[in-house]
Design a protein around this ligand. Structure first.
Ligand SMILES: [Zn+2]
Length: 271
């Protein structure tokens, strides 16, 4: 699944090809995505110039002159800039056609992606309004997490993956950050110390920034906006390394299931 670094990598990859250019059409081949794409959307955006491409959590915000396209990649989606004439594949669901002869093409085999149009403040849109802070922004720090975690019995890993607490800390990055912070994933969030929250915040920022720097990803089937795969997988300490020796202490990495998601940790390095 594309996580925050993959979405940020996509944003950086597509931004230059879009900003300053005009949308000539929305060629919608399959409106039945996670939510049905509004039939009026194409008419609403045609002829508008792209002002900026931003990101909020795992949503790409394609800012046009009179509103914002809110695009999500879902479980298996990718957005790539390519020549409009490039042959369409079976899971290519829409083309945002630009005045450059190129298009922004959305491919998504599982159709969990989405595309919405918002003429108001996109941050007030129902998809975005209740989201927690961005992990790479200043407002996200140990004091914030400690306050939100007070009295909470939820496991710290499950707590960190709650989008209302902080956005974009997906399964891989939660496991990796907790390893680097030396905190066991099953600890109750309310029992994590202030010093541990400091380490967790630093670790979340570090793993996300490293993943972004290396072009996103982790995933077998993930490719960046230009079609190149990411290489972060080689840097993982615990994720999908069950039974393999810890890269720090050689203890076999353990696996458990939390909230139906796989969790990996080192029983020696993490307390
Ligand atoms: Zn270890």
């Amino acid at each position: 699944m594309p996580e925050l670094p993959e979405v940020e990598t996509t944003r950086r990859g597509i931004r230059a090809a879009l900003v300053g250019h005009t949308v000539q059409a929305l060629d919608l081949r399959e409106p039945r995505l996670r939510w049905r794409v509004e039939p009026t959307l194409a008419a609403a955006i045609t002829g508008q110039r792209v002002v900026d491409v931003r990101r909020r959590a795992k949503y790409l915000l394609i800012e046009l002159e009179s509103g914002t396209l809110i695009a999500h990649l879902g479980m298996s989606g990718s957005l790539r800039v390519m020549p409009l004439a490039a042959p369409r594949l079976v899971h290519d669901h829409y083309d945002l056609v630009l005045d450059t002869g190129q298009c922004l093409r959305f491919n998504d085999p599982r159709r969990f992606g989405s595309l919405h149009w918002c003429t108001g403040d996109p941050h007030e849109h129902q998809l975005l309004a209740s989201l927690g802070p961005e992990p790479l922004d200043r407002g996200f720090d140990a004091a914030y997490l400690a306050a939100r975690a007070r009295g909470r019995r939820a496991a710290v890993k499950v707590f960190l993956m709650d989008q209302r607490i902080v956005v974009g800390v997906g399964n891989i990055y939660a496991s990796e950050a907790l390893f680097r912070a030396g905190v066991r994933p099953r600890r109750a969030a309310g029992r994590v110390s202030r010093a541990e929250w400091e380490r967790i915040v630093d670790a979340i920022r570090a793993v996300l920034q490293e993943a972004i720097k290396q072009g996103g990803t982790t995933l077998r089937d993930y490719v960046g906006a230009d079609g190149t795969p990411g290489y972060f997988r080689q840097e993982l300490y615990v994720y999908e390394r069950s039974g393999e020796p810890c890269r720090r202490c050689a203890t076999p990495i353990r696996h458990l299931v939390q909230g139906q998601r796989s969790t990996y940790f080192c029983p020696s390095c993490q307390k």
